[in-house]
Design a protein. Structure first.
Length: 418
Protein backbone atom coordinates (compact mmCIF):
# COMPACT_ATOMS: atom_id res chain seq x y z
CA UNK A 1 0.00 0.00 0.00
CA UNK A 2 2.85 2.35 0.75
CA UNK A 3 3.90 2.15 -2.88
CA UNK A 4 0.46 3.13 -4.10
CA UNK A 5 0.42 6.07 -1.72
CA UNK A 6 3.86 7.22 -2.78
CA UNK A 7 2.94 7.09 -6.43
CA UNK A 8 -0.25 9.03 -5.75
CA UNK A 9 1.78 11.61 -3.83
CA UNK A 10 3.90 12.44 -6.85
CA UNK A 11 1.42 11.91 -9.63
CA UNK A 12 -1.97 13.09 -8.42
CA UNK A 13 -1.52 16.77 -9.41
CA UNK A 14 -0.61 15.79 -12.96
CA UNK A 15 -3.50 13.35 -13.13
CA UNK A 16 -5.82 16.08 -11.89
CA UNK A 17 -4.70 18.42 -14.65
CA UNK A 18 -5.29 15.74 -17.26
CA UNK A 19 -8.76 14.80 -16.05
CA UNK A 20 -11.54 15.51 -18.51
CA UNK A 21 -14.82 16.72 -17.06
CA UNK A 22 -17.61 14.19 -17.00
CA UNK A 23 -19.55 13.62 -20.24
CA UNK A 24 -22.28 16.15 -20.85
CA UNK A 25 -25.09 13.62 -20.49
CA UNK A 26 -27.21 14.47 -17.43
CA UNK A 27 -26.95 11.04 -15.83
CA UNK A 28 -23.21 11.44 -15.25
CA UNK A 29 -22.04 13.44 -12.22
CA UNK A 30 -19.78 16.40 -12.84
CA UNK A 31 -17.35 15.73 -9.99
CA UNK A 32 -15.54 12.63 -8.73
CA UNK A 33 -17.25 10.74 -5.94
CA UNK A 34 -15.44 10.44 -2.61
CA UNK A 35 -15.54 7.77 0.05
CA UNK A 36 -15.81 10.17 2.98
CA UNK A 37 -17.02 13.63 3.85
CA UNK A 38 -14.93 16.46 2.32
CA UNK A 39 -12.51 18.36 4.46
CA UNK A 40 -13.82 21.72 5.62
CA UNK A 41 -11.32 24.17 4.21
CA UNK A 42 -11.87 26.72 6.94
CA UNK A 43 -10.82 24.16 9.54
CA UNK A 44 -7.31 23.83 8.12
CA UNK A 45 -4.80 25.84 10.19
CA UNK A 46 -3.25 28.67 8.21
CA UNK A 47 0.22 29.82 9.31
CA UNK A 48 1.14 33.51 9.50
CA UNK A 49 1.20 35.02 6.03
CA UNK A 50 4.65 34.95 4.47
CA UNK A 51 3.63 34.26 0.90
CA UNK A 52 6.06 33.92 -1.96
CA UNK A 53 4.88 37.19 -3.44
CA UNK A 54 4.84 39.18 -0.19
CA UNK A 55 8.50 38.76 0.83
CA UNK A 56 10.74 41.39 -0.74
CA UNK A 57 14.23 42.71 -0.33
CA UNK A 58 14.02 46.04 1.50
CA UNK A 59 16.31 48.88 2.56
CA UNK A 60 18.93 47.92 0.03
CA UNK A 61 19.48 44.48 1.55
CA UNK A 62 20.81 41.95 -0.99
CA UNK A 63 18.79 39.01 0.35
CA UNK A 64 15.20 38.62 1.42
CA UNK A 65 14.14 36.85 4.61
CA UNK A 66 13.17 33.63 2.85
CA UNK A 67 16.54 33.41 1.11
CA UNK A 68 18.31 33.78 4.45
CA UNK A 69 16.13 31.06 5.96
CA UNK A 70 16.83 28.78 3.01
CA UNK A 71 20.55 29.41 3.13
CA UNK A 72 20.64 28.51 6.83
CA UNK A 73 18.49 25.39 6.42
CA UNK A 74 20.46 24.09 3.44
CA UNK A 75 23.91 25.38 4.44
CA UNK A 76 24.20 27.30 1.17
CA UNK A 77 25.53 30.72 0.20
CA UNK A 78 22.66 33.24 0.58
CA UNK A 79 23.60 34.69 -2.80
CA UNK A 80 22.95 31.32 -4.42
CA UNK A 81 19.59 30.84 -2.70
CA UNK A 82 18.50 34.38 -3.56
CA UNK A 83 19.48 33.86 -7.20
CA UNK A 84 17.49 30.61 -7.38
CA UNK A 85 14.45 32.36 -5.91
CA UNK A 86 14.77 35.29 -8.30
CA UNK A 87 15.39 33.16 -11.37
CA UNK A 88 12.49 30.84 -10.60
CA UNK A 89 10.24 33.83 -11.14
CA UNK A 90 11.20 33.64 -14.82
CA UNK A 91 9.96 30.05 -15.01
CA UNK A 92 6.63 30.91 -13.39
CA UNK A 93 6.33 33.95 -15.67
CA UNK A 94 6.95 31.74 -18.75
CA UNK A 95 10.13 33.54 -19.73
CA UNK A 96 11.63 30.17 -20.52
CA UNK A 97 14.60 31.39 -22.54
CA UNK A 98 15.41 33.94 -19.86
CA UNK A 99 15.14 31.30 -17.14
CA UNK A 100 17.49 28.91 -18.91
CA UNK A 101 20.03 31.64 -19.50
CA UNK A 102 19.81 32.82 -15.89
CA UNK A 103 20.26 29.38 -14.38
CA UNK A 104 23.15 28.49 -16.66
CA UNK A 105 24.71 31.76 -15.59
CA UNK A 106 24.17 30.69 -11.99
CA UNK A 107 25.92 27.42 -12.81
CA UNK A 108 28.94 29.43 -13.95
CA UNK A 109 28.95 31.47 -10.73
CA UNK A 110 28.46 28.42 -8.49
CA UNK A 111 29.68 25.42 -10.52
CA UNK A 112 28.93 21.85 -9.66
CA UNK A 113 25.25 21.80 -8.61
CA UNK A 114 23.64 20.87 -11.94
CA UNK A 115 21.00 23.56 -11.56
CA UNK A 116 21.28 24.73 -15.18
CA UNK A 117 20.51 21.32 -16.70
CA UNK A 118 17.86 20.71 -14.05
CA UNK A 119 16.00 23.86 -15.07
CA UNK A 120 16.40 22.91 -18.74
CA UNK A 121 14.48 19.71 -17.92
CA UNK A 122 11.85 21.64 -15.97
CA UNK A 123 11.35 24.07 -18.84
CA UNK A 124 10.88 21.31 -21.42
CA UNK A 125 8.32 19.69 -19.14
CA UNK A 126 6.51 23.01 -18.62
CA UNK A 127 6.26 23.57 -22.37
CA UNK A 128 4.84 20.07 -22.87
CA UNK A 129 2.39 20.44 -19.98
CA UNK A 130 0.96 23.57 -21.58
CA UNK A 131 -0.35 21.30 -24.35
CA UNK A 132 -0.32 18.08 -22.30
CA UNK A 133 1.75 16.43 -25.02
CA UNK A 134 5.17 14.83 -25.56
CA UNK A 135 6.43 16.98 -28.39
CA UNK A 136 9.78 17.80 -26.78
CA UNK A 137 10.36 14.48 -25.09
CA UNK A 138 13.80 13.97 -26.63
CA UNK A 139 14.99 17.39 -25.43
CA UNK A 140 13.57 16.72 -21.98
CA UNK A 141 15.30 13.37 -21.57
CA UNK A 142 18.62 14.80 -22.75
CA UNK A 143 18.43 17.58 -20.16
CA UNK A 144 17.14 15.25 -17.44
CA UNK A 145 19.92 12.72 -17.98
CA UNK A 146 22.55 15.42 -17.91
CA UNK A 147 21.09 17.03 -14.79
CA UNK A 148 20.90 13.79 -12.83
CA UNK A 149 24.49 12.90 -13.77
CA UNK A 150 25.71 16.31 -12.60
CA UNK A 151 23.74 16.16 -9.37
CA UNK A 152 24.97 12.65 -8.59
CA UNK A 153 28.54 13.77 -9.26
CA UNK A 154 28.04 16.57 -6.75
CA UNK A 155 26.68 14.06 -4.23
CA UNK A 156 29.76 11.90 -4.69
CA UNK A 157 31.78 14.83 -3.37
CA UNK A 158 29.27 15.83 -0.68
CA UNK A 159 26.85 12.97 0.10
CA UNK A 160 25.19 14.89 2.92
CA UNK A 161 24.06 17.84 0.78
CA UNK A 162 20.37 18.44 1.38
CA UNK A 163 20.20 20.69 -1.67
CA UNK A 164 21.51 18.08 -4.11
CA UNK A 165 19.23 15.40 -2.67
CA UNK A 166 16.33 17.84 -3.03
CA UNK A 167 17.24 18.53 -6.67
CA UNK A 168 17.58 14.83 -7.43
CA UNK A 169 14.22 14.11 -5.79
CA UNK A 170 12.69 16.76 -8.04
CA UNK A 171 14.25 15.35 -11.18
CA UNK A 172 13.07 11.82 -10.41
CA UNK A 173 9.63 13.03 -9.37
CA UNK A 174 9.13 14.94 -12.62
CA UNK A 175 10.32 11.90 -14.57
CA UNK A 176 7.81 9.77 -12.65
CA UNK A 177 5.01 12.12 -13.70
CA UNK A 178 6.15 12.01 -17.32
CA UNK A 179 6.43 8.22 -17.24
CA UNK A 180 2.94 7.92 -15.79
CA UNK A 181 1.56 10.12 -18.55
CA UNK A 182 3.10 7.63 -20.95
CA UNK A 183 1.21 4.83 -19.24
CA UNK A 184 4.33 3.06 -17.91
CA UNK A 185 3.05 2.67 -14.38
CA UNK A 186 5.56 0.19 -12.95
CA UNK A 187 8.50 2.26 -14.16
CA UNK A 188 6.81 5.37 -12.79
CA UNK A 189 6.31 3.67 -9.44
CA UNK A 190 10.02 2.90 -9.15
CA UNK A 191 10.91 6.48 -10.05
CA UNK A 192 8.44 7.72 -7.44
CA UNK A 193 10.03 5.50 -4.81
CA UNK A 194 13.49 6.76 -5.81
CA UNK A 195 12.27 10.33 -5.54
CA UNK A 196 10.87 9.72 -2.06
CA UNK A 197 14.16 8.14 -1.01
CA UNK A 198 16.03 11.25 -2.12
CA UNK A 199 13.51 13.47 -0.34
CA UNK A 200 14.13 11.47 2.83
CA UNK A 201 17.87 12.00 2.52
CA UNK A 202 17.28 15.71 1.97
CA UNK A 203 15.20 15.82 5.15
CA UNK A 204 17.93 14.09 7.14
CA UNK A 205 20.50 16.59 5.90
CA UNK A 206 18.26 19.67 6.17
CA UNK A 207 15.44 19.03 8.67
CA UNK A 208 14.47 22.74 8.78
CA UNK A 209 13.99 23.00 5.01
CA UNK A 210 10.32 23.98 4.79
CA UNK A 211 9.76 22.99 1.16
CA UNK A 212 10.03 19.28 1.98
CA UNK A 213 6.65 19.57 3.73
CA UNK A 214 5.05 19.75 0.29
CA UNK A 215 5.91 16.07 -0.26
CA UNK A 216 4.60 15.21 3.20
CA UNK A 217 1.39 17.12 2.61
CA UNK A 218 0.72 15.55 -0.75
CA UNK A 219 1.50 12.12 0.67
CA UNK A 220 -0.88 12.53 3.62
CA UNK A 221 -3.68 13.94 1.47
CA UNK A 222 -3.48 11.68 -1.58
CA UNK A 223 -2.74 8.44 0.26
CA UNK A 224 -5.92 9.06 2.22
CA UNK A 225 -7.83 9.58 -1.03
CA UNK A 226 -6.41 6.42 -2.58
CA UNK A 227 -7.03 4.16 0.43
CA UNK A 228 -10.53 5.47 1.07
CA UNK A 229 -11.43 4.96 -2.58
CA UNK A 230 -10.58 1.24 -2.54
CA UNK A 231 -12.01 -1.12 0.09
CA UNK A 232 -9.27 -3.68 -0.60
CA UNK A 233 -6.51 -1.35 0.62
CA UNK A 234 -5.45 -1.12 4.27
CA UNK A 235 -6.91 1.79 6.22
CA UNK A 236 -4.56 4.77 6.46
CA UNK A 237 -6.88 6.95 8.48
CA UNK A 238 -8.02 10.36 7.32
CA UNK A 239 -4.92 12.57 7.13
CA UNK A 240 -6.29 14.99 4.55
CA UNK A 241 -6.56 17.88 7.00
CA UNK A 242 -2.95 17.40 8.10
CA UNK A 243 -1.84 17.17 4.47
CA UNK A 244 -3.63 20.37 3.51
CA UNK A 245 -2.04 22.15 6.45
CA UNK A 246 1.43 21.00 5.39
CA UNK A 247 0.85 22.20 1.83
CA UNK A 248 -0.36 25.54 3.17
CA UNK A 249 2.81 25.88 5.23
CA UNK A 250 4.91 25.55 2.08
CA UNK A 251 2.61 27.91 0.20
CA UNK A 252 3.21 30.60 2.79
CA UNK A 253 6.69 29.86 4.13
CA UNK A 254 8.36 27.87 1.35
CA UNK A 255 11.73 28.91 0.02
CA UNK A 256 11.27 27.77 -3.59
CA UNK A 257 7.96 25.92 -3.93
CA UNK A 258 5.35 28.49 -2.89
CA UNK A 259 3.49 28.69 -6.23
CA UNK A 260 3.58 24.90 -6.86
CA UNK A 261 2.16 24.40 -3.36
CA UNK A 262 -0.66 26.80 -4.20
CA UNK A 263 -1.49 24.76 -7.28
CA UNK A 264 -1.26 21.51 -5.31
CA UNK A 265 -3.83 22.89 -2.88
CA UNK A 266 -6.08 23.75 -5.82
CA UNK A 267 -5.98 20.13 -7.02
CA UNK A 268 -6.77 18.92 -3.50
CA UNK A 269 -9.79 21.20 -3.24
CA UNK A 270 -10.97 20.04 -6.66
CA UNK A 271 -10.81 16.48 -5.32
CA UNK A 272 -12.92 17.63 -2.36
CA UNK A 273 -15.47 19.13 -4.76
CA UNK A 274 -14.76 22.55 -3.20
CA UNK A 275 -14.45 24.56 -6.36
CA UNK A 276 -14.57 27.96 -4.67
CA UNK A 277 -11.41 27.36 -2.62
CA UNK A 278 -9.77 25.70 -5.65
CA UNK A 279 -10.44 28.77 -7.76
CA UNK A 280 -9.13 31.06 -5.03
CA UNK A 281 -5.87 29.12 -5.01
CA UNK A 282 -5.50 29.46 -8.77
CA UNK A 283 -6.38 33.16 -8.64
CA UNK A 284 -3.68 33.65 -6.02
CA UNK A 285 -1.09 32.38 -8.48
CA UNK A 286 -2.77 34.27 -11.32
CA UNK A 287 -2.41 37.61 -9.56
CA UNK A 288 1.35 37.19 -9.50
CA UNK A 289 1.86 35.18 -12.68
CA UNK A 290 -1.08 36.21 -14.88
CA UNK A 291 0.28 34.58 -18.03
CA UNK A 292 1.18 31.18 -16.58
CA UNK A 293 -0.65 28.85 -18.96
CA UNK A 294 -0.54 25.76 -16.72
CA UNK A 295 -2.31 27.69 -13.97
CA UNK A 296 -4.75 29.27 -16.43
CA UNK A 297 -5.73 25.85 -17.77
CA UNK A 298 -6.81 24.85 -14.28
CA UNK A 299 -8.65 28.17 -13.83
CA UNK A 300 -10.60 27.63 -17.02
CA UNK A 301 -11.50 24.06 -16.12
CA UNK A 302 -12.76 25.02 -12.66
CA UNK A 303 -14.83 27.83 -14.16
CA UNK A 304 -16.29 25.35 -16.64
CA UNK A 305 -17.06 22.84 -13.88
CA UNK A 306 -18.94 25.56 -11.97
CA UNK A 307 -20.94 26.71 -15.01
CA UNK A 308 -19.23 30.11 -15.23
CA UNK A 309 -18.94 29.72 -18.95
CA UNK A 310 -18.35 33.35 -19.93
CA UNK A 311 -15.50 33.60 -17.43
CA UNK A 312 -14.06 30.32 -18.69
CA UNK A 313 -14.19 31.58 -22.28
CA UNK A 314 -12.43 34.77 -21.19
CA UNK A 315 -9.70 32.58 -19.68
CA UNK A 316 -9.31 30.66 -22.94
CA UNK A 317 -9.08 34.03 -24.75
CA UNK A 318 -6.31 35.04 -22.34
CA UNK A 319 -4.33 31.89 -23.08
CA UNK A 320 -4.63 32.48 -26.81
CA UNK A 321 -3.35 36.02 -26.39
CA UNK A 322 -0.40 34.77 -24.36
CA UNK A 323 0.42 31.98 -26.82
CA UNK A 324 -1.52 31.94 -30.11
CA UNK A 325 0.12 28.60 -30.96
CA UNK A 326 -1.31 26.79 -27.94
CA UNK A 327 -3.52 23.95 -29.17
CA UNK A 328 -4.92 22.54 -25.96
CA UNK A 329 -6.98 25.67 -25.35
CA UNK A 330 -9.01 24.87 -28.49
CA UNK A 331 -10.13 21.61 -26.94
CA UNK A 332 -11.09 23.16 -23.63
CA UNK A 333 -12.89 26.00 -25.38
CA UNK A 334 -14.90 23.35 -27.19
CA UNK A 335 -15.77 21.61 -23.91
CA UNK A 336 -16.88 24.90 -22.34
CA UNK A 337 -19.02 25.81 -25.33
CA UNK A 338 -20.56 22.35 -25.34
CA UNK A 339 -21.51 22.64 -21.69
CA UNK A 340 -22.89 26.13 -22.38
CA UNK A 341 -25.26 24.57 -24.98
CA UNK A 342 -23.47 26.34 -27.83
CA UNK A 343 -23.03 23.24 -29.93
CA UNK A 344 -22.23 24.93 -33.24
CA UNK A 345 -19.45 27.00 -31.67
CA UNK A 346 -18.17 23.92 -29.84
CA UNK A 347 -17.97 22.02 -33.12
CA UNK A 348 -15.94 24.81 -34.71
CA UNK A 349 -13.45 24.86 -31.85
CA UNK A 350 -13.12 21.07 -31.70
CA UNK A 351 -12.64 20.84 -35.45
CA UNK A 352 -9.92 23.48 -35.21
CA UNK A 353 -8.28 21.41 -32.49
CA UNK A 354 -8.44 18.27 -34.60
CA UNK A 355 -6.83 20.25 -37.43
CA UNK A 356 -3.81 21.07 -35.25
CA UNK A 357 -0.45 19.98 -36.53
CA UNK A 358 0.43 17.74 -33.56
CA UNK A 359 -1.98 15.75 -31.40
CA UNK A 360 -1.49 12.78 -29.15
CA UNK A 361 -3.80 9.83 -29.97
CA UNK A 362 -5.62 10.21 -26.63
CA UNK A 363 -6.31 13.87 -27.39
CA UNK A 364 -7.62 13.06 -30.85
CA UNK A 365 -9.95 10.43 -29.40
CA UNK A 366 -11.35 12.80 -26.75
CA UNK A 367 -11.89 15.53 -29.32
CA UNK A 368 -13.78 13.15 -31.59
CA UNK A 369 -15.88 12.06 -28.64
CA UNK A 370 -16.73 15.66 -27.75
CA UNK A 371 -17.63 16.26 -31.39
CA UNK A 372 -19.99 13.32 -31.13
CA UNK A 373 -21.61 14.91 -28.09
CA UNK A 374 -22.05 18.20 -29.92
CA UNK A 375 -23.57 16.57 -33.00
CA UNK A 376 -25.85 14.51 -30.76
CA UNK A 377 -27.09 17.69 -29.11
CA UNK A 378 -27.99 18.96 -32.58
CA UNK A 379 -29.81 15.67 -33.30
CA UNK A 380 -27.41 15.00 -36.15
CA UNK A 381 -27.27 11.39 -35.11
CA UNK A 382 -25.48 9.89 -38.09
CA UNK A 383 -22.65 12.41 -37.82
CA UNK A 384 -22.51 11.91 -34.06
CA UNK A 385 -22.19 8.16 -34.54
CA UNK A 386 -19.39 8.68 -37.04
CA UNK A 387 -17.52 10.89 -34.56
CA UNK A 388 -17.90 8.33 -31.79
CA UNK A 389 -16.68 5.61 -34.13
CA UNK A 390 -13.65 7.74 -35.03
CA UNK A 391 -12.82 8.05 -31.32
CA UNK A 392 -13.08 4.29 -30.82
CA UNK A 393 -10.89 3.70 -33.86
CA UNK A 394 -8.12 5.86 -32.41
CA UNK A 395 -7.65 4.03 -29.11
CA UNK A 396 -10.79 2.08 -28.19
CA UNK A 397 -12.15 5.11 -26.33
CA UNK A 398 -14.51 3.71 -23.65
CA UNK A 399 -16.88 6.69 -23.29
CA UNK A 400 -17.33 6.71 -27.07
CA UNK A 401 -18.10 2.99 -27.03
CA UNK A 402 -20.70 3.57 -24.34
CA UNK A 403 -22.23 6.43 -26.32
CA UNK A 404 -22.46 4.24 -29.42
CA UNK A 405 -24.12 1.45 -27.48
CA UNK A 406 -26.63 3.91 -26.03
CA UNK A 407 -27.42 5.33 -29.48
CA UNK A 408 -27.91 1.85 -30.92
CA UNK A 409 -30.35 0.96 -28.13
CA UNK A 410 -32.25 4.21 -28.61
CA UNK A 411 -32.40 3.68 -32.35
CA UNK A 412 -33.66 0.13 -31.87
CA UNK A 413 -36.33 1.37 -29.45
CA UNK A 414 -37.38 4.11 -31.86
CA UNK A 415 -36.32 6.91 -29.53
CA UNK A 416 -34.10 8.42 -32.23
CA UNK A 417 -34.05 8.09 -36.00
CA UNK A 418 -31.22 8.57 -38.47
Amino acid sequence: MRRIGLLALLLAPAIGLARDPAPAHPEVKAFPTRSSEPVAVNEVPVPARQGWWTVHKVDGQPYDAAALRGAKALDLDPAYVQAVRDDLQLVFERDYDGARAAFHGLDNRFPGTGIGSAVDAVVWQAIMLENWDYRYEAQYFEANTKAQAQIEAALDKNPDSGWEHFLLAGMKGIQAIHTTRRGKYLAALQLALDAMSEAGKAREAAPEFTDLLLADGMYNYWRTVVTQSNRFLPDFGDNRKEGLGQMQTVEQQGIFLGPPATLSLAFSYIEEGQMGPALRQCRRNQRVYPDNIINLLVVGQVLTFTHRYDDALATWDHIQRVDPTNQRVLYWRGVTLLRASRSADAIASLQAYLGSGYLEPEHRAWAQYRLGEAYYRQKRYAVAEAAYEAAVKVNGHKPAKAALARMHRMRKDGAIRY
